[in-house]
Ligand binder design. Sequence first.
Ligand SMILES: NC(=O)c1ccc[n+]([C@@H]2O[C@H](COP(=O)([O-])OP(=O)(O)OC[C@H]3O[C@@H](n4cnc5c(N)ncnc54)[C@H](O)[C@@H]3O)[C@@H](O)[C@H]2O)c1
Length: 324
Amino acid sequence: MSSEVKIAFVGAGGNASGHMQAVAALEGTRITAVCDLSAERAEAAARQYGARAYTDYRDLINEAEMDALYVSVPPFAHYDAEILAAERGVHLFIEKPVALTLEKGLEVWEAIERAGVLSCVGYQLRYTPYTDPIREFLADKNLLMVTARRWGALVGGPWWQKLELSGGQLVEQATHEVDLIRYWAGEVRSVYATYARKVHGNVPGITIPDLQAIQLEFANGAIGQFVTSCTGCPGGRGFEFYLEGMKLTTDGGAPTLTPEDAAPLDKEPRPAESIDAVFVEAVRTGDGSRIKSPYLDALKTLDVTLAANLSAKERRPVETYFSW
Ligand SMILES: NC(=O)c1ccc[n+]([C@@H]2O[C@H](COP(=O)([O-])OP(=O)(O)OC[C@H]3O[C@@H](n4cnc5c(N)ncnc54)[C@H](O)[C@@H]3O)[C@@H](O)[C@H]2O)c1
């Protein structure tokens, strides 16, 4: 590979435009091609970055020069772009959630493994200053229980509010918190979820639940509960980790310990990392060791959220696929 990293995009929506800006600002990168079903969106981005526009990702993958491909499409639209690109030896940055079904995710993962390409999924909260100090603090403690929440508002657009297109708030958005819970507390063995539609239940076109409560059983024996809502009710994001004789609390930022002197806690923020910079550097050097969110890891987060959807639908506890 030349020292210039050539990058293409499938999907040129709101999220992709942020990644395009971030990538274009990195030294030694060039955006070579952009594909979107909307020719207008593809052409606008292509014009801005001096790239070629496409409306069919198969054409882009066949024709465009690229070392890496960003796939930033809605959850339902993960077809085979990742697989075709991996088969060409192209490294992949894929937006969360990586798919809407585990079968699709496993198919993509196998293609990535077969091709030996690098993968990075857009769980950028893993790259923030306190994520690793929290993970390191919890690593040698006896975790008893986790409680966590994400309260947010309904997101607009043509697909987010439709369960069959987005998977719902847990799969699409609160997946970030599930991913952090896994990063900090370890693997989830089973879930038992109850969902409700108290605010948007009668609104035509909205098919996602707006209240979700998920009981978690971890492989290490701890238990927990994660609640999430898109009713617009204030609540924000928060996590409590109950340990023997102490509690660690964080909203994703600086953690606090109760009682404060229960154990040494490193409160020094680590330098924030740009997930795009980490990925592009990995592509440039071929060394993926600084990528904290590779595809298989992200697939395990999807697994937990899909298990919760199934559990809520069938009103029974569901074991995660990866715990079998
Ligand atoms: N990591 C994060 O914090 C974060 C934030 C926002 C969105 N996202 C994720 O990014 C993805 C995209 O979200 P968005 O907000 O940009 O959505 P969006 O609706 O703004 O854009 C999606 C774009 O994909 C295009 N598209 C759909 N199917 C396509 C196909 N087969 N080929 C080419 N283009 C196609 C659409 O035309 C649209 O322009 C979602 O998975 C979302 O969950 C991640």
